[in-house]
Structure formats: structure tokens, C-alpha cells
Design a protein around this ligand. Structure first.
Ligand SMILES: Cc1ncc(C[n+]2csc(CCOP(=O)(O)OP(=O)(O)O)c2C)c(N)n1
Ligand SMILES: [Mg+2]
Length: 554
């Protein structure tokens, strides 16, 4: 430890406190319990001060992965991402200081609040505002800029006033008349559907939504991050007939789900042109995006669902379980499930996606976090891997950013360690996706997080070449002139990345090898493992009703 670090720790002169310590104490006062950064300079003093006040510090291999991890902790704990960025010293501003950049202005575009405290004494109130802004309304990241000279600068202890922890977000409820109208639209629906989004998961609305769905006997489907709010194997879940449900529903209740590309913007031909949307959202600006909703319910998803339940308690109603709509949905689910099962039962080698995921699903502990990223790996995995608990699936979501997986898995493992020791984290990665943050395997090993990493390896993005084709191709010229831009080096041994740092590595090519390695990895509660699963390099997704479901989203 350098002398300057020691000085920051001991706070130098008696009665004085360093900027680093003020930052740490202010965060702790706002109930921030996890800090992610990198290992090494220049955050050392702040990280040490954070550890001193009882904040866990997790040093990652780069800031990007640290941000992904912190945002996942935010989703799991309700304390969204606060980014603390170091900037150049105040006295050198505009002079071309090392790494000088207009950070506060740059971050304004990407965050709900972006500010630089004007003095050490101003830090606590800026941090309180950042935390409060991040959790009030629609949650989102906030940025606090810290000039380099603030970190070790000392001020009188008595001059710093810590601001009390901000209050939990106020709960907002929808207008009563709108709630009544929504209930009436639902009662008159011929082909209703409930869509559960990430907003419902974030609002902890699982109990009230389950009651609504069960009491009114409504079919529902989750968005990718809404999975698990109600368990995937619930009899009312029609996820296996997703396209059919969206296409023919006449009334759709959106619970914290946006009509963005994931829901095909709510437009025909994926929906009926006259479908009635009942939009429940915490964000007023979201209401009316892309469609004109029949009813808008502005408020906390949990509170608003309870308001709807009150209506159905007053005048009980249920959607007839023997309706034609239920029959259509059930039949479609059956045929889709049969198709996936058929693909999964194929004995040919290399394995296909479905075979891999069916074997994973068989051994997946019910109470585990499932993290996933990739293209086909994530999309097909989502349909086969079941979630039974809310906020237990973390995937690349709306942005589809590759590289989030390992950070998300680390976040889930750290939170699980504190909240529910023994709970497992399974991280399902495409081989390309894994490459984006692969060095975080070292972080996993350093903190001894028993994450089970699966790399679904098709030698590329959507598809790749087998070893022979790759060699054959190289006869035609240098790789830079002939290699397809979707292909990665075939037959890569990603499991060695794990063994390099002391974890367990498996290279599997058959269902039996996969089953065995999964059993061993899941039985091992102390060591992380990586199972490198070789699959068909040209394997694709089963045919979809709409061709653009398989169209590239690259
Ligand atoms: C940061 C970032 N860069 C690039 C992309 C484009 N992209 C989408 S999916 C994907 C990788 C998919 O390949 P893989 O993870 O191997 O999954 P597969 O479909 O092969 O199973 C890429 C690079 C992205 N989404 N995010
Ligand atoms: Mg791939």
C-alpha cells in the first residue's frame, strides 16, 4: 500500500476527513452496500474508504463490466446504478489536463442526473440527490463527477454534514375512473392477454399479478426480463404460443412492459389493428408510445394491479376457461412444445441448441439465477430454460448489449452470497458473447464465486465453420480476405480460460458428457466452472411464424 493510500485511510490530521472518506460515508448513509470498480489505480483511495465504512468493493477487470455488474445489483436490490467518475484536477481545467473531458455534460445524455459537487462539503447532498433520482419514477443510472484533487483533499470533519438516507420512492396510483374503465374493457374482452414486463419485476408486483391472473383466469406471457414474475410453468402462461397470442388478442394488459421492438411496437401484422391496449406504467412519457391505448393507468405496477383487483373483488368476474381462445392457445402451445422436444431428442452429433438446453433445464436448480447473452443462445435458451422466481433472469434485454453476462453473473453471485447462501448462478453464454468480457473469469475466481458458466460454442455468431471448412477456406487466401465476418476460430477451448485461474473446465461434445459435467459443476458449491459445449456450427432456430423473427438483429 502506498503512503498516499495510507494517508487517505487514516484521514491524515486529527479532526480532518478526506474527500474519499466523505464519498464512502455519503454512499453508505444512502444505503449503498456494493461498489464495483476496477483493480488498481486510480480508484484505490475511494475503494479503500468504501471498504472501511462497510461497503463491499468488487474489483473487476474493466469499468464496462463493473458498470454492468453494478446495474444488475441495482435491479436485484432496488438501488440502481450510481456512476462515480474521476475527472482531472480543478486547477488544470481547460489546460489540457490528463484525461480532461466534459464528463458531466457527456453523461447528461445517458443518465437521469449528472453533476459535480462544488466542494467536499457538497458531496453528501449531491450523492443523496443522485441516489434519490435513480430510484424515483422510472429507475435509471445517475452520474457524480469527482475532480481528482477531491480524493485526498482534507477538510474539517465538522464542516461535512451527511444528508439522511432518502425516503423510499413514493407509491403512485392510477385515477379511479381509469381503473374502472380498464376493468370494464377487460370484462368485455373476447381474447384477452396479459403481458408482464421488467417494470412488474422491478416493482415487486408478483403477488398481485399472480392473483389477478388466477382470479380472472387470464392468459399471460412475460417479456424476457419479466420471466419469473409468475413461474414459467404456470398453467396460464402462454409463452409457448407467443406469436399466436400477440396476433389475435383483442385486449392486452401491459404491466410494466414497453411497446418497443421486443413487443414489435404493438403494431400490425403482429397484432390486430384494433387491439385495445391497457397500459400500466410508472412513466407518463411511455403512455401512448407507438399506439393509442384504450386506457392508460399511470402508477406503480404493484399498486395499480391491486387497484384492478379491487374492482374484480367488488364485482367478481373470470374469463371462461373453456373459451375458443384458450383452446387455440393451448393447441398452439402443444404443437410448439412438441416441435422443440423433437429437436431436443435428436441424437445426431454435434448437438443442436435444443438438445443442449433440454439437458440444462433437467438439472437446473429451481432456485437459481439464470444469466444469458448471445443471439440464438439467448433467444432459444429463453424459451427452454424455465424461471420460477421473480428477478432471477438477467439477460441482454432491450439493448441486446453483448458483454453484460459475466458482470451480471458476478452481481447475482455476490447478492446471493449475502441474501441466500448456496443459491446458484448459471450463466449461459454464446461463444461470441463470452469473448466480450471473458477476462472477468479471473474476477469470478478471485472472489471465489461458484458460478456455472456454459459457453454454447458454434464457432461463431449465429453460425460458424467446422475445423475442416476453416482449413479449406484458408487455401483461398489470407483470413482477412476470405474469412466470413460471422466466424470465430473453430474448436476453441474456452474452458482453459477457467482452468487458467484455478476453476474447473470441461470440454463436452455429447449429451452424456454434458450431463456429467453439469452434475459435477452443480455439486461443487465452492469452485466456479466453465463448460464449453460444442454444438452444430451451422445449427439454427426452428422455423418461426414470422420470417423477421429469425432476421438478423446484428
Ligand atoms: C456490444 C455489442 N456488440 C455487437 C453486438 C452484435 N451482436 C449481437 S448478438 C452477437 C453475438 C452472438 O453470437 P454468440 O454469442 O456466439 O451467440 P450464437 O447466436 O452464436 O448462439 C453480436 C456480436 C451487440 N449486440 N452488442
Ligand atoms: Mg456462437
Amino acid at each position: 500500500m502506498s503512503e498516499s493510500n495510507l494517508a487517505a485511510l487514516s484521514d491524515g490530521l486529527e479532526g480532518q476527513v478526506s474527500g474519499a472518506r466523505v464519498i464512502a460515508q455519503a454512499l453508505k448513509t444512502q444505503d449503498v452496500n456494493y461498489m464495483f470498480g476496477i483493480v488498481g489505480i486510480p480508484v484505490t483511495e475511494i475503494a479503500l474508504a468504501a471498504q472501511e465504512v462497510g461497503i463491499r468493493y468488487i474489483g473487476m477487470r474493466n469499468e464496462q463490466a463493473a458498470c454492468y455488474a453494478a446495474s444488475a445489483v441495482g435491479y436485484l436490490t432496488g438501488r440502481p446504478l450510481i456512476v462515480i467518475g474521476g475527472s482531472s484536477e480543478r486547477s488544470q481545467e481547460t489546460m489540457g489536463a490528463f484525461q480532461e473531458f466534459p464528463q458531466v455534460e457527456a453523461c447528461r445524455l445517458y443518465s437521469k442526473f449528472s453533476a459535480r459537487p462544488s466542494s467536499i462539503e457538497a458531496i453528501p447532498s449531491i450523492i443523496e440527490k443522485a441516489v434519490r433520482s435513480s430510484i424515483y419514477g422510472r429507475p435509471g443510472a445517475c452520474y457524480v463527477d469527482i475532480p481528482a484533487d477531491f480524493v485526498s483533499l482534507q477538510v474539517n470533519v465538522s464542516s461535512v454534514k451527511y444528508v439522511e438516507c432518502c425516503m423510499p420512492p413514493p407509491i403512485s396510483m392510477a385515477e379511479t375512473s381509469a381503473v374502472r374503465m380498464a376493468a370494464s374493457v377487460i370484462r368485455n374482452a373476447k381474447q384477452p392477454l396479459v403481458i408482464i414486463g421488467k417494470g412488474a419485476a422491478y416493482a415487486h408486483a408478483e403477488e398481485s399479478i399472480r392473483k389477478l391472473v388466477e382470479q380472472c383466469k387470464l392468459p399471460f406471457l412475460p417479456t424476457p426480463m419479466g420471466k419469473g414474475v409468475i413461474r414459467d410453468n404456470h398453467p396460464n402462461c402462454v409463452a409457448a404460443a407467443r406469436s399466436r397470442a400477440l396476433q389475435f388478442a383483442d385486449v392486452i394488459v401491459l404491466l410494466g412492459a414497453r411497446l418497443n421492438w421486443i413487443l414489435h411496437f404493438g403494431l400490425p401484422p403482429r397484432y390486430q389493428p384494433d387491439v385495445k391496449f391497457i397500459q400500466v406504467d410508472i412513466c407518463a412519457e411511455e403512455l401512448g408510445n407507438n399506439v393509442r391505448p384504450a386506457v392508460t393507468l399511470l402508477g406503480d405496477v404493484n399498486a395499480v394491479t391491486k387497484q384492478l383487483l379491487e374492482q374484480f373483488d367488488k364485482t367478481p368476474w373470470q374469463y371462461p376457461p373453456e373459451s375458443e381462445w384458450w383452446k387455440v392457445l393451448r393447441e398452439k402451445m402443444k404443437s410448439n412444445e412438441a416441435l422443440s422436444k423433437e429437436l431436443a431428442s435428436k441424437k445426431s452429433l454435434p448437438m443442436n441448441y435444443y438438445t443442449v438446453f433440454y439437458h440444462v433445464q433437467e438439472q437446473l436448480p429451481r432456485e437459481c439465477f439464470v444469466v444469458s447473452e448471445g443471439a440464438n443462445t439467448m433467444d432459444i435458451g429463453r424459451t427452454v430454460l424455465q424461471n420460477y422466481l421473480p428477478r432471477h433472469r438477467l439477460d441482454a434485454g432491450t439493448f441486446g448489449t453483448m458483454g453484460v453476462g459475466l458482470g451480471f453473473a458476478i452481481a447475482a453471485a455476490i447478492v446471493a452470497k449475502d441474501r441466500n447462501p448456496g443459491q446458484r448462478v448459471i450463466c449461459v453464454e454464446g461463444d461470441s458473447a463470452f469473448g466480450f468480457s471473458g477476462m472477468e473469469v479471473e474476477t469470478i475466481c478471485r472472489y471465489n464465486l461458484p458460478i456455472v458458466l456454459l459457453v454454447v460454442n458454434n464457432n461463431g455468431i449465429y453460425q460458424g465453420f467446422d475445423t475442416d471448412s476453416w482449413k479449406e477456406m484458408l487455401k483461398f487466401g489470407d483470413a482477412t480476405t476470405v474469412a466470413p465476418p460471422m466466424c470465430l476460430l473453430p474448436h476453441s477451448h474456452y474452458e482453459h480460460v477457467m482452468t487458467a485461474f484455478g476453476g474447473k473446465g470441461y470440454f463436452v461434445q455429447t449429451p452424456e458428457e454434458l450431463q456429467k459435467s453439469l452434475r459435477q459443476s452443480l455439486a461443487d458449491t465452492t469452485n466456479p466452472s466453465l463448460i464449453n459445449i460444442m454444438i452444430e456450427p451451422q445449427g439454427t432456430r426452428k422455423a418461426q411464424d414470422f420470417h423477421w423473427l429469425t432476421r438478423s438483429n446484428l
